[in-house]
Write a protein that binds this ligand. Structure first.
Ligand code: DX5
Ligand code: ZN
Length: 217
């Protein structure tokens, strides 16, 4: 199967979200990536449950909800209720509760993802590899769109791909942050199979074409 594209709505026009949702619906995108930030786990606040509910109303794609929040376990059910198809939590936010929270997500019959920050040892993924559907490798420190990808991401991506192969599991490897058409090919070669792109898509003159360019690399 070819790789998947997940445009991040963080860089969309919030004054006309419906237009951007329809654009993604009509595009070659596979998932909607929704970045939830609480101003605590990350130094920024984005949007929350009502916005996910509104996106669900018009979206024809899988909703990939990325929780950059402290105590995600307190909110999982509510995000599922408004239509999340995948919920990704951060190992740095969950710490020793990570396995328990991943299990809670799976019990709600949706997919579970685990994200790691650029300064977290990627090998931690192996501990949870049998419990996740998506390994989310941050290419930047989470909190803001439009940052440049950190160089070590490619090598870390290769490392996680090896862990997935070694354990013979069906797990997506998603790279989130700093993805552009210039580095997408190298990310795919490094083992990624889901590319999240926010600013590259929404700040371009032709977002639909930018999605297509990422899809047809
Ligand atoms: C980073 C978010 C990303 C971000 C990606 O905190 O998790 O999903 O929106 O944006 P770009 O593609 O602009 O780096
Ligand atoms: Zn994200």
């Amino acid at each position: 199967m070819s790789h998947l594209i997940a445009p991040s709505l963080l860089s969309a026009d919030f004054s006309n979200l419906r237009k951007d949702i329809e654009m993604v619906n009509d595009s070659e995108a596979d998932w909607f990536h929704l970045d939830i930030m609480d101003g605590h786990f990350v130094p920024n606040i984005s949007f929350g449950i009502p916005v996910v509910k509104s996106v669900k109303k018009y979206s024809k794609k899988t909703l990939d909800v990325h929780l950059m929040i402290a105590n995600p376990e307190d909110y999982i059910e509510r995000f599922v209720k408004v239509g999340a198809d995948i919920i990704t939590i951060h190992v740095e936010a969950c710490k020793e509760k990570t396995a328990k929270i991943l299990k809670e997500i799976k019990l709600l019959n949706i997919k579970a993802g685990l994200a790691i920050n650029p300064d977290t040892d990627f090998k931690v993924i192996e501990k949870y590899i049998n419990k996740i559907d998506v390994a989310c490798l941050m290419g930047v420190f989470p909190g803001f769109g439009g940052q440049k990808i950190i160089d070590s991401t490619f090598r870390r991506c290769e490392g996680i791909r090896k862990i997935i192969a070694k354990n013979q599991v069906k797990c997506h490897l998603e790279v989130d942050g700093g993805v552009t058409a210039e580095n997408a090919n190298k990310l795919l070669e490094s083992g990624a199979d889901v590319l999240v792109a926010g600013s590259y898509v929404f700040r371009s003159n032709d977002p639909k074409k930018s999605i297509s360019d990422l899809k047809n690399i």
